[in-house]
Design a protein around this ligand. Structure first.
Ligand SMILES: NC(=O)c1ccc[n+]([C@@H]2O[C@H](COP(=O)([O-])OP(=O)(O)OC[C@H]3O[C@@H](n4cnc5c(N)ncnc54)[C@H](O)[C@@H]3O)[C@@H](O)[C@H]2O)c1
Length: 280
């Protein structure tokens, strides 16, 4: 509260969170405290001290729970694919957020997402919820349960061993570079709206399955991927998740993805080469 009162920021990007599904399950009160109450603290401080400030909240596509898995899919050689033409561009913001399995983490993030919207609709704050998918970049420090692409490339570069959890390794994610995330936040800041939600990802062009990611990593490093298949998917894990970027582009036509999937791979690969080399 005092910090916002003293600083009087024009823009608040709320990215603090407890991001672990597993930790949330073992410490649900802590998880809710950080993700839901922490967000409420930030909103209330904004309302009381800087109500003209733009408030951007890093939400997550986990607010949809496993509802995206209800879309009909077809199995291709290296990936799952949406079966219906109307789903081709991916998940829109009107996907329902309730009556699906979220994990305890996902539930606390739903609470945060809804309360951010409410401080827009009810109090008139200039808020946006960015429902992120796989946000990444060369400085991402991926670990097995978080930061899929960063971790996968690290394992390949370092000669480690990767475990695929279910869905035949054909599960699809769209990946967005942190540069394009920041660029979108700047667009929203320049022309803010009230109580908006956006699905923030790399879109279809930046989508990749685990098997396809192996091939890209191998091509960059020249090293074969060492992996095993665990025939059990992670609880509630999305099978094919691609963010439909239509709403972002309609509201902010000056914004677009500038870092395509190959650039994202190359930057992460080079960064790991450098980081791992430095620690040797
Ligand atoms: N990285 C992704 O792919 C991704 C995807 C979807 C959504 N998000 C969202 O983006 C945001 C940032 O995620 P990240 O991947 O950078 O995670 P992260 O764990 O790297 O960052 C979270 C930050 O929150 C801080 N934090 C935690 N508890 C705090 C507290 N009580 N008070 C103040 N700060 C606290 C941590 O110190 C950390 O710096 C989160 O809201 C996350 O849900 C990230």
């Amino acid at each position: 509260m005092q910090a916002l009162e003293a600083l009087q920021p024009d823009l608040i990007v709320h990215a603090a969170a407890q991001p672990s599904h597993d930790l949330a399950a073992s410490r649900p009160f802590d998880d809710f405290d950080v993700n839901a109450n922490g967000t409420l603290n930030m909103l209330e401080a904004t309302r009381l001290h800087v109500p003209e400030s733009v408030f951007v909240h890093l939400s997550t596509n986990k607010v949809y729970g496993d509802a995206p898995n209800e879309l009909p899919l077809t199995e291709l050689e290296t990936r799952w694919e949406y079966a219906r033409p109307e789903d081709y561009n991916g998940i829109r913001e009107d996907m329902r957020i309730d009556q699906s399995k979220h994990s305890v983490f996902g539930a606390s993030k739903v609470a945060a997402d809804v309360v951010v919207q409410e401080y827009g609709r009810y109090f008139g704050l200039k808020t946006a919820c960015l429902r992120g998918g796989c946000l990444t970049g060369p400085h991402h420090s991926g670990v097995e349960l978080h930061g899929f692409l960063s971790y996968l490339i690290k394992v390949n570069v370092s000669g480690g061993h990767y475990r695929i959890f279910g869905y035949k390794g054909k599960q699809v994610r769209d990946n967005i570079h942190s540069h394009d995330v920041a660029a979108f936040i700047e667009c929203f800041y320049n022309k803010p709206r009230v109580a908006e939600v956006y699905n923030l990802g790399g879109g279809r062009g930046n989508s990749v399955s685990i098997l396809e990611a192996f091939a890209k990593a191998e091509a960059l490093s020249g090293k074969k991927m060492s992996y095993e298949y665990v025939d059990k998917n992670r609880e509630g894990d999305h099978i094919c998740y691609i963010s439909d970027l239509s709403k972002m582009k309609a509201h902010y036509p000056e914004w677009d993805i500038t870092k395509d999937i190959d650039t994202v791979f190359t930057e992460i690969h080079d960064a790991w080469q450098e980081r791992l080399h430095q620690t040797v």
